[in-house]
Every structure is written in structure tokens, then in C-alpha cells.
Design a protein around this ligand. Structure first.
Ligand code: NAD
Length: 351
């Protein structure tokens, strides 16, 4: 079987997990590992027996590399992605695509110009449950969408800000407005914004946000509330925080989508739960008034699904499941929310 050979750029917390997927998928393989810190390379080099380097040019000039997977701090995604594109490598970039819309545009245009594919590593478009949910919603099973609710009550430990959950790499970029671009909304909720956009096809047209850093010694927000208006008139709310003691006790699942006939609860991104559906009106496979798991063929998305979805698209010369434009759109809602909070006024989209 033809494989897409990846150069991995940035070998920290998430790359260690992504490499498992790259090695497991019949569609992908690891050709080279790169990180500016040699210590982040040692264990992965042992595991995968591939060449390593601390110089990104060694990846860009390596003829064995077809595509790069970029999993660095956010502010570096675009400059590395553009260099890869110019070298003729396909680009799978971790979320968020960039920290500004101007930068996101530059990366999208550089990949277009170079004739290489650009994908963003969100789970939703390759999650079979969310794909089935998208088909149902777009077929009108829920009726008209009237409301959306996104909740992310995380209780991130102090150590997270100095080295992520795993402490694999000690670094404080997640605390920095310039390097991370944002806090919980950008870092985590952008997955769910991408999910709702993918499942409903609806664009956000206005946001009003209140955002602050109330309980953590960091530059980015740790507490945020956003009200969103969608193109069809639906109204959405986001409540998110990274210092929420007790976390999500007894809250079921991810984003909720409310229609005139029923409700859908998506699985939180990257979890193996199944979406749940509730129909008030009679519908095939559903008894009115009963919650049930969505039936779908396939599996919930993991790291392998992300890299495999991208690789299949490149190998078949198709659009990646989550495109640069999808990444741009998720980022736009986040940045509009930050601007709204700074200016204390509603912000219309597109920006
Ligand atoms: N899709 C997901 O669910 C998910 C989960 C976690 C993180 N992420 C994303 O993955 C990216 C990385 O996050 P992380 O948690 O792995 O961070 P991390 O700090 O653990 O790892 C980042 C790595 O990049 C390296 N690096 C820094 N500058 C570099 C450069 N110029 N060239 C090459 N490497 C460089 C660092 O040395 C480090 O090893 C972020 O975009 C983050 O949002 C995605």
C-alpha cells in the first residue's frame, strides 16, 4: 500500500501520541523526527528507529519526507508550515492553525501556491460519530437548529502551565499571549467550535464575549463566556474555564445542538464516547422522548484517524478532511470573541 511519509516537527506531548498513530496506520509512516531540543527526540528515536535532527531544514530538504506534521507552540505553526510548503511538502498542522487570521491566510496561500495539501489536526471531520451526526443534522432530522451550548470546565493543575499534562517538555509557552495566542477558548474550545460548524454547517455571524484571567498567574484567559448568533438565527453560548474546581461533574458529553424536533449531544473531541440523540417527534430508529446513542459504523476519532484521514486525502489528491479554511473559521470565532471582550462590544463576523 502507498504510504505518506511524515517528518514530525515538534516532538512534545501531543507528538508522542501522534507518532503512535503514524506508526500504526498502514497509510502513514515516520521518515524523520525534528525538535529544537535534542532531549525531546531521544525516546522517540529509540521507539521508531528513524533519523532525528534539531534543524528544520534537514526535514524540508529530506527527499524521504512527503509531508510534515507540525506540533510546536502555536506561534511557530505558520512560519514552519510556509517553509515546508515552499519545499514541496504537504502540511498537517496542529490546532490552532495560527494565532492571527493574517497568518492563517498566509499559510493557506503558501500551500495553494506550492500545490501542496494543508490539513489542520482537529478530530471532528474524521470522527465517524460526528460524521453521522453531521449527516443527520444536515438532512433535517433535528428540524431547524435554534440553539447550541458548549461547555469546557477544565481544572488544569498549576504544573500544566509549565509542561502540559504529561510534563514531557518543560516550557511555559501555554501561558503567553504572544506564543499561545489565547487560553482555554483557543486551546480547547476551538475543537468544539470546529465540531459545531462541521455538524451543522452553520457560520457564526456575531459574538459577544466577556473574558478574563481570574484565578491563574498566566497572560491568557482562564475564564470566558461567549454568546454567539448563527447565520440562520440560532443562538449559542460558550462557558469555558481552565481553573474550574470540580471540572465537569455530571455533565454529559460535548457540544449540545438543539433543533425544533430534537437535541444532539456530540462526544467531546478526542474521546471514544458516542454522540447521543433525543427526538421529540417520531423518527426512524428513535422513540419520541428517549435518549439513545447514535448508531454509526466506524469509530470515534483518535490520533491515527487524524493522520490517516490526511494521508488518504493526499494520496488520492483530495481535500483533507479538515482544511485550512476550517482551521481559519474556528480561529476567527475565537479571535472575534477576544476582540469583543477587549472592546466590550459585539463583533460581527466575518472579521
Ligand atoms: N489535537 C489535540 O488534541 C492536541 C492536544 C494537545 C496539543 N495539541 C497541539 O499540539 C501543539 C503542541 O502542543 P504540545 O502539548 O505537544 O506542546 P509541547 O510543549 O509538549 O511540545 C512542543 C514541542 O515543540 C518543540 N519546539 C519548539 N520550538 C520548535 C521549533 N522551532 N522547531 C521544532 N520544534 C520546536 C518543543 O521543544 C517541544 O518539544 C500545539 O499546537 C497544541 O495546541 C493538540
Amino acid at each position: 500500500m502507498k504510504q505518506l511519509k511524515f517528518g514530525v516537527i515538534g516532538c512534545g506531548e501531543i507528538s508522542a501520541a501522534t507518532c503512535i498513530g503514524l506508526a500504526a496506520s498502514p497509510y502513514t509512516s515516520i521518515a524523520m523526527l525534528m525538535d529544537t531540543r535534542a532531549e525531546a527526540l531521544a525516546d522517540l528515536a529509540d521507539l521508531y528507529s528513524v533519523p532525528t535532527t534539531t534543524d528544520p531544514d534537514a526535514v524540508f530538504t529530506n527527499p524521504d519526507v512527503d509531508a510534515v506534521y507540525i506540533a510546536t507552540p502555536h506561534f511557530l505553526h505558520v512560519s514552519l508550515g510556509i517553509r515546508a510548503a515552499k519545499a514541496g511538502k504537504h502540511v498537517l498542522v496542529e490546532k490552532p492553525i495560527a494565532t492571527t487570521l493574517e497568518d492563517a491566510d498566509k499559510l493557506i496561500m503558501a500551500c495553494d501556491k506550492a500545490g501542496v495539501k494543508l490539513g489542520v489536526a482537529y478530530y471532528n471531520q474524521v470522527d465517524d460519530g460526528q460524521r453521522q451526526a453531521a449527516e443527520l443534522v444536515r438532512a433535517g432530522v433535528l428540524g431547524d437548529i435554534i440553539s447550541v451550548r458548549l461547555n469546557a470546565a477544565a481544572n488544569k493543575p498549576a504544573s500544566y502551565w509549565q509542561g502540559g499534562y504529561s510534563q514531557r517538555v518543560k516550557a511555559d509557552w501555554r501561558t503567553s499571549k504572544a506564543q499561545a495566542g489565547g487560553g482555554i477558548l483557543l486551546m480547547n474550545v476551538s475543537h468544539e467550535l470546529n465540531a459545531v460548524r462541521f455538524v451543522t454547517g452553520l457560520e457564526v455571524t456575531r459574538v459577544y464575549a466577556e473574558s478574563d484571567t481570574l484565578a491563574t498567574n498566566i497572560e491568557v484567559e482562564d475564564t470566558i463566556g461567549v454568546v454567539m448568533r448563527y447565520a440562520n438565527g440560532a443562538i449559542g453560548v460558550i462557558q469555558a474555564g481552565s481553573a474550574m474546581h470540580g471540572g465537569e461533574y455530571q455533565t454529559l458529553g460535548g457540544p449540545r445542538i438543539y433543533g425544533t424536533k430534537g437535541q444532539l449531544i456530540l462526544n467531546p473531541s478526542g474521546t471514544l464516547l458516542k454522540p447521543m440523540i433525543y427526538m421529540s417527534a417520531p423518527a426512524e430508529g428513535s422513540n419520541p422522548g428517549e435518549w439513545k446513542e447514535l448508531f454509526f459504523v466506524g469509530k470515534a476519532a483518535d490520533r491515527q484517524a487524524i493522520v490517516e484521514g490526511f494521508a488518504k486525502a493526499v494520496l488520492n489528491d483530495q481535500q483533507p478532511p479538515c482544511t485550512g479554511i476550517d482551521g481559519y473559521k474556528a480561529l476567527e470565532i475565537v479571535l472575534a470573541s477576544y476582540r469583543s471582550s477587549e472592546l466590550h462590544q459585539p463583533i460581527n463576523l466575518p472579521l
